[in-house]
Ligand binder design. Sequence first.
Ligand code: AMP
Length: 284
Amino acid sequence: MLLHKIEEVRKHVKEWKKQGLSVGLVPTMGALHDGHLSLIEKAVEKCDKVVVSVFVNPIQFCPGEDFDKYPRTLEQDTKLCEDNGVSIVFAPNTTEMYGEVQMRSNDFLTYVIPPFFYVNKLCGKSRIGHFDGVCTVVNKLFNIVQPDYAFFGEKDAQQLIIIKKMVDDLNIPVKIIPCPIVREDSGLAMSSRNKYLSDEDKIHALALNKILKNIKSCYQKGINDVDALKETAYEFLDEHHDLEYLEFLNSDNLDEVTKADNNTRVFIACKVGGVRLIDNIYLG
Ligand code: AMP
């Protein structure tokens, strides 16, 4: 069932809760692919009722980012959800979520601001305010749907860690379920933004996964010095790659690591053909 209004969603959730049914939420921006589908499948398996939100959230986009051209395929997304056991696809418009608030206008909107330590690195460094927008919208979705469980992909590992932190810090009564990264056969991490890549870009984009896999294999062979592990990336990079970061951080709290261990996560962001791609790997 496709719903656009907050009150309609609340009405259904209230009825489910009355019946003692568990509720799962999968927040997305739509243009659903197999990565999203893996979250949906996990949610459907674990929960009696599943809500998938489809909302391209304007306040998490920075000026100059792809908000206007972000792929929007609601009809297809709704069918995919319904075919896979989702009870409600919640697709509000911007006014339903924010009233008449303009993009990124925090003069008139209460924001949820995650800790500086968690956002002043990785994607947060170049995407100023991005995680404020993410936490704010996810918090709103939690209040609207009141899920018992919410499902997030490790593809966006910094986001997942920040959401967990928000839930802990604000005592939000929801259990966050992390879901592993789903990849194309080629190794490329699935992303709605892969639609922007040409066939040639897609080949150059494989470098991200190759770098991460090679780092993990070097680590498993006994190299744990982060500088030495970072050096190994360069053999996969050429003029087609604009590397933004390659960072080694503690996978629970994003603390910096100089000697890699089994709880280290390696994060990479790189532009290929002008498209910003991210990926990560857990070394443990
Ligand atoms: P998005 O629509 O990009 O905001 O993503 C919605 C959710 O799907 C987030 O929790 C993402 O981390 C997750 N997700 C996106 N791509 C993948 C993937 N390739 N594997 C696993 N989860 C993913």
